[in-house]
Design a protein around this ligand. Structure first.
Ligand code: GAL
Length: 418
């Protein structure tokens, strides 16, 4: 009897030893993984950190890092549309949480429901409830968030402000008070870049003018864009534009940031990927080499956006894409990506010791500020509104007619079903 048990045990151990490599082999992913985003060039290092983790875990998979240059996805989104409609989706693509995801690809029935992955990975408790709502509908959860970015940030170089004898403005009145002094010294008060960065500036100015309640009321249809409050926001925006550089339309957001770094401009209002650019690419230290404040008139308000990746139906390498999404949502992936990117983790359990001083302050604000959604980066409105808004902006830049712009926005809102 004793011998039989011993023999059985040996046989079992042998069987386990034999089967283990086979099981591991069966799990070994092969083939390709194509990921699609607009994180090219200066925006690439954070994405690369995720790819490095993926390659380590899946050495047999060839990762195709398909990027289309252009801040805020201006060019990438058009290319993605052609591919999706042409039946050639990448395995996974970057998309902003909110209406950019829900109002387009989810509405068109082109995405896979990721609820099983969220449950399997225990993500239901790890991501903030509000964020999960933003990437979900009653029918499912449609993407994995990789970060939280802040849109309403004013950037500057402390040593330059000192040299010019000005302080970073907390309100637009403060800004208008110091702008002539800067101009007199040959300094552009506020650096601006191509069209989408005007939309970006507009949302910070509009938030200051309207306040958070009215900002939210615009997107729930409770406040009309052509109301007196709506018109006032455009008027303030027009006044702010008077202090920006004339060559804005030919610059990228990095070049507008360079103007601040080089001392050609005093300030820039940009999302905190600018902190990533200054820290990661330019090797500048937050608090010392560059400073920041909430954009004028928005102290205590956090205008947020989140980058996420989804799984399109018909993804050619579905299993490889699921392994990719698993890394994106993990604590390890998140804490490797975000400190380089200039964003905070979308997870509630990130290791803040890995994040620099700017990001630690952003994380503190995220947990206590009033949070509102960005228009320029996909949270607040769908593609119909966003596409039309770019044209309204073009018109306003030429005419500076606040009433006409406000009216055109309301017409857009009606069309977009807001
Ligand atoms: C935003 C995006 C950021 C950053 C930025 C500039 O839309 O969410 O991650 O890439 O554009 O391109």
């Amino acid at each position: 009897m004793k011998r039989t048990v011993a023999t059985l045990c040996l046989a079992l151990v042998a069987a386990l030893l034999l089967s283990a490599p086979q099981a591991a082999q069966a799990k070994q992913l092969t083939g390709e993984l194509e990921i699609f985003s607009w994180w090219a060039g200066d925006e690439g290092p954070a994405l690369q950190a995720l790819i490095d983790i993926y390659k380590k875990q899946n050495p047999q998979v060839e990762v195709i890092n398909a990027t289309v240059t252009g801040g805020s996805g201006v060019n990438a989104k058009a290319v993605l549309k052609t591919r999706m409609l042409g039946g050639e989706p990448p395995d996974s693509f970057q998309v902003h949480a909110g209406q950019e995801l829900i109002g387009t690809w989810v509405k068109a029935g082109r995405m896979e429901d990721l609820t099983p992955l969220f449950k399997e990975q225990g993500w239901m408790d790890v991501f903030p409830e509000g964020l999960v709502k933003l990437i979900g509908t009653k029918d499912g959860i449609w993407s994995v968030p990789v970060n939280v970015h802040r849109s309403n940030v004013l950037w500057y170089v402390p040593a330059n402000l000192k040299k010019w004898g000005v302080e970073a403005p907390k309100t637009w009145d403060d800004f208008f008070a110091i702008a002539p002094k800067l101009k007199a010294q040959g300094v552009v008060p506020l650096a601006l870049a191509q069209n989408w960065t005007c939309n970006h500036l507009w949302e910070s100015v509009a938030l200051a003018s309207l306040g958070a309640d009215n900002w939210d009321a615009l997107w729930s249809g409770k406040l009309k864009f052509d109301s007196p409050e709506g018109v006032k926001a455009w008027e303030l925006f027009g006044k702010v534009l008077e202090y920006t550089n004339a060559d804005a339309s030919s610059l990228s957001w990095q070049q507008a940031t360079d103007m601040v770094i080089d001392g050609r401009a005093a300030f820039n209002i940009m999302g905190d990927w600018a902190a990533g650019y200054m820290y990661t690419t330019k090797k500048m230290q937050p608090g010392k080499d560059f400073g920041w404040l909430a954009s004028p008139g928005t102290t205590g308000e956090f205008m947020f956006l989140a980058d996420s990746f989804g799984l399109p139906k018909g993804a050619p390498h579905r299993d490889n894409a699921l392994a990719w999404l698993t890394i994106l949502g993990s604590r390890e992936g998140s804490d490797a990506f975000n400190p380089i990117k200039g964003s905070i983790s979308a997870r509630k359990d990130s290791d803040l010791s890995k994040y620099n001083g700017y990001l630690q302050s952003a994380a503190a604000d995220w947990s206590k500020d009033r949070v509102v959604g960005s228009l320029a980066h996909g949270v607040a409105a769908n593609e119909t509104f966003m596409g039309g808004f770019a044209s309204v902006m073009e018109m306003f830049l030429k005419t500076k007619n606040a009433k006409a712009a406000a009216k055109a926005c309301q017409q857009l809102a009606d069309k977009a079903g807001i």
